[in-house]
Design a protein around this ligand. Structure first.
Ligand SMILES: [Zn+2]
Length: 348
């Protein structure tokens, strides 16, 4: 009896060792999961955390933690994930199956990934005029307020978008000369109900001011990549995994930042083509402005030009020019939408 027990223990030890170091046929390598799903891998070597992404879906894993986190919210527990001797990572059959099923989108789903809503946010309003400047027209001084020109541009961009994208929600955070707080603006965006395959973009419109009356040009701002936000709901993470939250948030953050940069580039290009000859291009900027950083979605802030520069104020005070500026922004947004919706469709 004792001998049998010893043999069983030795067999258990051997199988444990084999299982732990050289995964057997019950384990599937990360490499083969990637080739089967076409998912992309992002790997954080410092924290040993990986993320697989495919068509906007995400799975996060960490070797030796029995846990997969899907789309930053849903989790699958009691799974085996470990490292092989050769450095590859191995998943139990069960875990591999979960990953493959999760990424197995139908063709219809692939083709339906889209931007559901575009939020256009004209800055300031009501008691808050924003930047103030003036220019001379027909020998008379004309006063110009940021809140007025950004409303004109915002409404024009929104109405052009409505004409083209009848299937999308085009939302203005304000359509009148009313005061709304920065919090209210981002709440409008963040409270929208989205299906899994849907995304929102947020474009805030402002005009610039400077003590230097010569400062001129338009700018497009996006969120800096190193800005950390608490995007992920902590309640979905086990207590023992609390330390990975900042990493997961950074990964989610990166994804949003990439889209924000693409959106910013597209708007910058749109403006440059249409009004580049009259308003200088100051390029892309990154800044953690409140209204941008609180929008959990691709979000940018456009500065149309300098109201404090008399010459530029003259341009910004001209309805024909405002219409052109609006067209530039519209073209930029629509270029981004085309890119986004084709990138995530047709399965190429
Ligand atoms: Zn402003």
């Amino acid at each position: 009896m004792e001998r049998i027990l010893t043999i069983i223990i030795i067999l258990l030890l051997i199988s444990f060792t084999v299982y732990g170091e050289t995964p057997n046929e019950n384990m599937v390598s990360l490499t083969s999961i990637i080739s089967e799903t076409s998912a992309q891998l992002r790997w954080d070597p410092y924290r040993s955390i990986g993320e697989l992404t495919f068509y906007g879906k995400s799975i996060i894993f960490k070797p030796d933690i029995p846990f997969l986190l899907m789309d930053y919210s849903e989790k699958s527990m009691n799974l085996e994930i470990n490292r092989g001797v050769n450095g590859d990572i191995f998943f139990s059959n069960q875990a591999a199956e979960i990953i493959i099923d999760f990424f197995a989108l139908s063709e219809a789903q692939k083709n339906s990934l889209k931007i559901k809503a575009i939020i256009i946010d004209p800055g300031h309003g009501g008691k808050d005029p924003g930047a103030i400047g003036n220019y001379i027209e027909d020998g008379k001084q004309v006063r110009l307020q940021e809140k007025d020109i950004v409303l004109t541009v915002g409404r024009e961009v929104a109405s052009q978008l409505k004409r083209t994208y009848q299937d999308k929600d085009i939302i203005l955070t304000r359509s009148t000369d009313d005061f709304i707080t920065l919090e209210q603006r981002t709440v409008i965006a963040n409270e929208m109900e989205l299906k899994e395959n849907e995304s929102i973009i947020f474009v805030s419109i402002h005009a610039n001011a400077s003590l230097n009356s010569k400062a001129n040009g338009f700018e497009v701002w996006y969120l800096p990549p190193d800005y950390r936000r608490e995007l992920l709901d902590e309640s979905v993470i086990e207590n023992e995994l609390q330390d990975v939250i900042p990493i997961l948030n950074t990964m989610l953050e990166e994804e949003i930042t990439v889209e924000s940069i693409l959106l910013a580039q597209s708007i910058q290009k749109g403006l440059k083509i249409i009004v580049g000859d009259i308003i200088a291009d100051r390029g892309l900027k990154e800044e953690s402005w409140f209204v941008v950083r609180n929008a959990k979605m691709p979000a940018v802030l456009v500065e149309l030009g300098f109201i404090t520069n008399q010459e530029e104020a003259g341009i910004l005070g001209d309805q024909t020019h405002l219409k052109k500026i609006s067209e530039g922004i519209y073209n930029g947004i629509s270029g981004f939408i085309d890119h986004f919706e084709t990138q995530y469709s047709s399965g190429e």
